[in-house]
Every structure is written in C-alpha cells, then in structure tokens.
Ligand binder design. Sequence first.
Ligand SMILES: C[S@@+](CC[C@H](N)C(=O)[O-])C[C@H]1O[C@@H](n2cnc3c(N)ncnc32)[C@H](O)[C@@H]1O
Length: 280
Amino acid sequence: MSGTSQAGGTVQAAGTVQARGTVQGPGTKPGPGTTRICDSFGRQAHRYNQQAQLQRAIAWRLARQCAHLNLPTGPSADLGAGTGLVGQALQQLAPQIALEQVDGCPQLLARNPLASRNPATRRHWDLEQGLPAGLHGAALLTSSFTLQWLNQPERHLTQWAQALAPGGWLVLAVPTKGCFPQWHGAAQRAQVPCTALPLPRSTDLLSAAAGPLRLLHGREHRFSRTYGDGPSFLRQIRQLGAGVSPNPPLSPGQWRALLRQWPASGIVSWQVLVLVGQKR
Ligand SMILES: C[S@@+](CC[C@H](N)C(=O)[O-])C[C@H]1O[C@@H](n2cnc3c(N)ncnc32)[C@H](O)[C@@H]1O
C-alpha cells in the first residue's frame, strides 16, 4: 500500500523510475505504473520475506484451499508470485502441484527459491499485458496481494477466470476497500488527503468473478495488527516495497497533522477478500 510518499518523500513521481531489466509482454512496453511498482518492490526485495507476515499467513490459507482441489489437465501458476510464499506453502501441502512463478519484479524472482531452483518455472512478465499465452487453459491460477496493483482489477480478474480450463480453479486473496480505516480516519480528522493506494471493492470483484466462475468461497477477512505509531506502520509498508501511491505526496505540514491524529492504539486493520472459484 502507500506510505512512502508521506513518510519520507522517497517515492519518485510516476514515470521517473526506469525499469530494471525487460518485462516480457505481447509486443508492448510496461506502463509507467508497472515500472514504478515493480521498481519499488525491487528496491526492498531483500526485506520482503521478513516484513511479509500477513502475506505469509494468507499464502498458507490459499495453499490449504488449493491442496485438495481436483484439478483438470493444464498449467498452474501463481500470478504476482514475488518471493514464492504461496508456491512454497503449496509445495509442502501438495508437492504434486507446481506453480509457475509469474512476476514483474526480477529482484523478487531472484529471491524466489521455486523460480531459481527451476528456471522453467520462472516467468518475468507484466500482468498489465494480460496472461502469458501459455497459461490459457490453466488448471489452477493463484494470486495473493497482487491484483490491487493492476489497473482495473475487476477486468483482470474476469480475464484470469476466463482463461481457466473448464473445471479449472482460481484461488485469490486481495486487500479491499475496507483496509486501513485508522489511516483514512486520521486523514479525515487532520483534513488532509489520504494517500493510501485505492483498493477495489469486494462486491465489484465478486461480481467480476461470478460470470465465468462458480464461487466456492468468497469472503472478506479482517486482520488487525499493532504497528506502534503512524511512522512505524508506514515504514513497514515501505519496507515491504509497497510504498507506492498514485496520489501526490503530503507536505511536511500535512504529514505532521496526519500523525497527530493517528490512533494511540497503534492498531491498523486490513480487509482481505479470499475467493475460490471453479470455471463453469
Ligand atoms: C505484495 S507483493 C505479493 C507477492 C506474493 N504474492 C506474496 O503474497 O508474498 C505484490 C507482487 O505483485 C507484483 N506485481 C505488481 N504489479 C505487477 C505487474 N503489473 N506485473 C507483474 N507483477 C506485478 C510485484 O512485483 C509483487 O511481487
């Protein structure tokens, strides 16, 4: 999510960060959004696993959902795999299922043991360009904490679902609009803009999935964590690599006003939609 721009002004303006390496796409260059997002994750790749406690817990939750699925024939992939938390959890629960590791950030893929152990499973790819051709007719697509980074998450969700083989499965987790009420509340009280990444509504995601998929599970889960004060929360978000926001940064005065309104409890809540659906 966002945070860097308020905390330290270290996120650069959209388009000013150059891509490292080439993201494959069907004849197009990555948009400035992908470049900026993946560059931010790349800069913090060495810290990702240490910071990604919630992501790790959700990865296990998704892996448990996948482990007993009856899969049709076809490829399987984790979209926005990063360091491979979902794939590694699934490898422990169901080693027969090998997920191709698809991601736009080479630095995270370099730290992904599934991708580095077997280069055939490593796919450096910009998901804004759609799915790699080899994944059409997929038996299983997983994705965790990635869809919210794409423009028009609902459109991508529908496309991912449509790309499945008949009887194939989509198993997904995505933070949704109800995240960070404490941050939004503090911004409102301070009368400054909230620069958190805009997140999709779960109702919109569920209706995007409902056409092509028979939904087995589609529920929002709320997680509250104690981060200490406002700067600690925003630092942790930044150290995940998720400190990119499409919003202009706050001025130092706005930043101070925001922190004065930050709840003393230090608790910040996440709302995460977990969706499991089978292609009709
Ligand atoms: C919060 S991380 C989640 C990583 C992993 N799924 C997990 O749960 O730990 C978001 C991931 O989305 C990837 N990502 C964001 N936009 C992308 C895009 N356009 N194409 C490919 N990957 C993208 C980032 O590189 C990063 O690995």
